[in-house]
Design a protein. Structure first.
Length: 422
């Protein structure tokens, strides 16, 4: 529809203005220096509204009529909201990215889901209740790419506004190589933990199967030539961050992008309650071979890593470590030092429920004090509600910057007094 095209072109023009605005090159250079462990003038600040987007950008705010145009419009409006309202340290993308149309058919077993509401809690019926009996039912996922549909999507966007905002292929086919997120779907979270004691050999077989399944997924994407660089993945990177780096080598001309050219990501939030010894035995050995084939690695999400950081630091290509709201961040910072970047996730409850500026400032100050001397950035995430008050996120960015500036002033070395003449 011509009206849809006009809407998209208007948004694309605004996006181009932001992408070309003063300060963008410096901001990306700040992220590169941070990720390359060269240091920055100050900790960088990000917001990741996640579930709260439904309270910020409603269906009524999206004006296009065509379903595909509405999806593009929503994505453009999200970018503009970051730049014009949240005003955090997220660089503005200089292009509009479209992925491949990829699908897969599951692990060979059904996992019935039961949801209380669209945004509410969910439960499921794990299909694997006896490893010896049920594991033979599992099979690796079969992946498919619809190249014709992928080309149409790219051409449609390019025709609508490609002269204003370049349209390019960027594909990020998975989020985590953590494995346990799929394992608990198959056996349940309690059963995953009890298997470590009741049937350790069986759990090792299941973890090895899931590791091999994920390797098959990676290999398929490589064979199909679907992987694309993610060092400029402004919107999708680990559990929150900006991926600019000068340390990921581009593929040789004419060759395909492989894991060695990319960031990889892993976590194991589901096993936060198990001991470091059990994590060391049952989880990390199956994640490491997947993660270490990538150029650089980001580890962790909501799980506290302070008790398992010694093992996580054995990941050869580790570069970013998540600092959960529920960890001993002083201990974590002491262990990591300047070896990796710390991705601090402030407590989202302070923003999602009662917006207490005093508590928010105290939370930020604690992090700045306890991670002194480390490579650090903040990313406010897991705000699955903001009590229908969108102003809270922008105000959190202001508070974070104020506390960072105040910390810099407190930490600055005293200036030498000028000697009196004569």
């Amino acid at each position: 529809m011509s009206s849809d095209r006009d809407i998209l072109r208007g948004l694309a023009a605004r996006c181009r203005e932001h992408a070309e605005s003063a300060g963008q090159a410096r901001l990306r250079e700040d992220w590169r220096r941070l990720n390359d462990l060269e240091g920055t003038d100050r900790p960088l600040v990000l917001t990741k509204p996640e579930g709260a987007w439904s309270e910020i950008l409603t269906d009524a705010d999206v004006q296009c009529q065509d379903a595909e145009a509405r999806e593009i419009e929503r994505n453009l409006r999200i970018r503009l909201y970051h730049a014009e309202v949240l005003r955090d340290d997220r660089p503005f993308p200089a292009a509009y990215d479209i992925g491949w149309s990829v699908s897969q058919d599951g692990f060979g077993v059904e996992v019935p889901q039961h949801r209380s509401s669209e945004r509410g809690a969910a439960s499921w019926d794990p299909p694997i209740t006896d490893l010896e009996r049920d594991m033979p039912k599992l099979r690796h996922r079969n992946w498919r790419v619809d190249r014709a549909a992928s080309a149409r999507r790219l051409e449609t966007a390019a025709e609508a506004f490609g002269d204003l905002l370049p349209v390019r292929r960027r594909h990020f086919p998975w989020w985590t190589l953590g494995l346990t997120i799929e394992i608990i779907q198959l056996v349940g979270i309690e059963r995953l933990m009890t298997l470590m004691c009741d049937d350790p050999d069986g759990l090792h077989r299941l973890m090895a199967w899931m590791r091999d399944e994920h390797q098959a997924m990676i290999d398929w994407h490589c064979r199909e030539g679907l992987l694309t660089p993610n060092h400029d993945a402004v919107w999708n990177y680990g559990s929150g961050g900006v991926a600019d780096t000068g340390q990921l080598q581009a593929p040789v001309a004419g060759s395909a992008v492989g894991p060695q050219h990319l960031w990889g990501f892993s976590e194991s939030q589901e096993t936060v309650g198990v001991s470091p010894r059990m994590f060391r035995e049952f989880i990390l050995p199956y994640q490491k071979p997947l993660l270490e084939q990538f150029g650089l690695a980001y580890y962790g999400c909501c799980e506290g890593l302070d008790k398992r950081i010694d093992d996580v630091l054995t990941i050869r290509n580790l570069r970013v470590v998540s600092v959960s709201p529920w960890c001993d961040q002083r201990r974590l910072a002491e262990k990591v030092g300047q070896r990796c970047v710390l991705a601090r996730k402030p407590n989202p409850t302070l923003v999602a429920s009662a917006f207490d500026e005093g508590a928010i400032r105290a939370d930020l100050r604690t992090t700045l004090d306890q991670t002194r001397g480390c490579h650090l950035f903040f990313v406010l995430k897991d705000t699955h509600t903001i009590s229908h008050e969108p102003w809270r996120l922008a105000r959190w960015v202001e508070l974070a910057r104020e506390e960072i500036d105040a910390f810099a002033t407190r930490s600055a070395p005293p200036t030498m007094a000028r000697a009196c003449p004569g």
